[in-house]
Design a protein around this ligand. Structure first.
Ligand code: SF4
Ligand code: SF4
Length: 371
């Protein structure tokens, strides 16, 4: 019964944001997902990362601030919160924040590079009931992953984290989902299917694939080194065809079919710009200083230290930013957390994405040992 109500509610929110995006004079629905960027600090210095180059903030939100914001978000109707950074585990109070999230009954996901996840942290994640954890893994071997992550030994640390999370999930059922997040770039393109295979052998529940995002890092010095060249296009085609096949056969890759197909064209510099974005319609981003964004490539729309998150979300300013996004006046990135939501709203991809989600659910029910 509750599930039915929750699904109907989410479906209504989905249609509602669709109408607002189309320009109907309606108030936006509550965001379906909130991304909490809890720190810009990181223990790694991945050469392709813009986050670790940000100045360290001195004015970060404290646990009490998060408690108030999370309560406001829950009142607004938000049910899903994803924590990211930087490396969230750089915060010594991370587990206090996670506790506040779970005390409010919100579904909670944590993104991490895994290097700071040891037995104690993994035990706390399970004990608090964190629903999902995604560990970044950009290579099936130390040679590739450590190159992308900028330090030797990170591959072993990420594997230790994934293994520990899978073991505790098998024992206690929490976190419900252990995943791998893979950024695809020229350095690892031919190895992405092997990363999925490694994930399968490690026992993860899902692998999310994300092409490197250079649209929001215009000053990336490694652009020519990490981006695909024309001579790579046949390999791009082959790898993404393989990923689509593996996705159909195993259900392990959670990136949607539409996302994978368009990612292939994205690497060749075409097509993806035709997908209208729903950042700021279905998603809200909050940084560690309290700034609110539709996404990180669009400027701040307000700050929760000055105004409530609801006042910011329903403000005239946010409405104007939404119109800019609907009109395509932004960096036009292809970041999966926003792009997947946008695909669900797109007439050409909504049905296949929705059907694939149902198919995956059925597959998981029939093959509990496979995912
Ligand atoms: S681990 Fe993540 S946040 Fe840290 S430097 Fe690498 S990409 Fe950036
Ligand atoms: S496409 Fe969407 S997520 Fe990307 S920069 Fe534009 S508004 Fe932000």
């Amino acid at each position: 019964m509750f599930d039915g109500l929750a699904i109907t509610h989410e479906l209504w929110k989905f249609l509602h944001s669709h109408f607002v995006h189309a320009g109907l004079p309606l108030r936006a629905p509550a965001p379906s997902q909130v991304i909490l960027f809890v720190t810009s600090q990181c223990n790694l210095r991945c050469p392709i990362c813009r986050v670790s180059r940000r100045a360290t903030s001195r004015n970060v939100l404290q646990v009490a601030d998060y408690e108030a914001v999370l309560r406001d978000l829950a009142k607004l109707g938000v049910r899903y919160v994803s924590l990211t950074g930087g490396e969230p585990l750089m915060r010594t109070d991370l587990f206090d924040i996670l506790k506040r999230v779970k005390d409010l009954g919100l579904t909670c996901h944590l993104n991490t590079n895994g290097a700071l996840l040891h037995e104690r942290e993994i035990g706390l994640i399970a004990a608090l009931g964190v629903d999902g954890v995604t560990v970044g893994l950009d290579g099936p071997t130390a040679a590739v992953h450590d190159r992308v992550r900028g330090r030797q030994g990170v591959f072993a640390e990420a594997l230790r984290a994934v293994t520990g999370l899978v073991a505790i999930r098998n024992k206690h059922g929490m976190p419900k989902q252990v995943g791998i997040g893979t950024t695809v770039l020229r350095w690892n393109l031919d190895q992405v299917p092997d990363i999925v295979d490694l994930g399968k052998r490690l026992g993860v529940d899902k692998v999310r694939v994300q092409p490197i995002d250079l649209a929001s890092v215009p000053d990336c010095r490694l652009r020519d080194d990490v981006w695909m060249r024309e001579e790579d296009y046949p390999l791009v085609d082959r790898v993404f065809s393989d990923l689509l096949r593996i996705r159909r056969q195993t259900g392990l890759i959670t990136s949607s079919e539409g996302y994978l197909r368009i990612s292939k064209e994205y690497f060749k510099g075409r097509l993806y710009r035709d997908i209208p974005c729903y950042a700021g319609y279905s998603t809200l981003v909050l940084d560690e200083e309290g700034n609110v964004f539709p996404c990180f490539a669009v400027g701040s729309v307000g700050n929760v230290r000055r105004d409530s998150v609801a006042d910011i979300w329903f403000s005239d300013r946010f409405r104007a930013v939404r119109r800019d996004i609907a009109a395509g006046r932004c960096a036009k990135c292809w970041v999966s957390c926003h792009a997947e939501v946008s695909l669900l709203h797109h007439p050409r991809y909504a049905l296949s994405t929705g059907l694939a989600m149902m198919r995956r659910k059925i597959f998981r029910r029939r093959n509990p040992d496979r995912v």
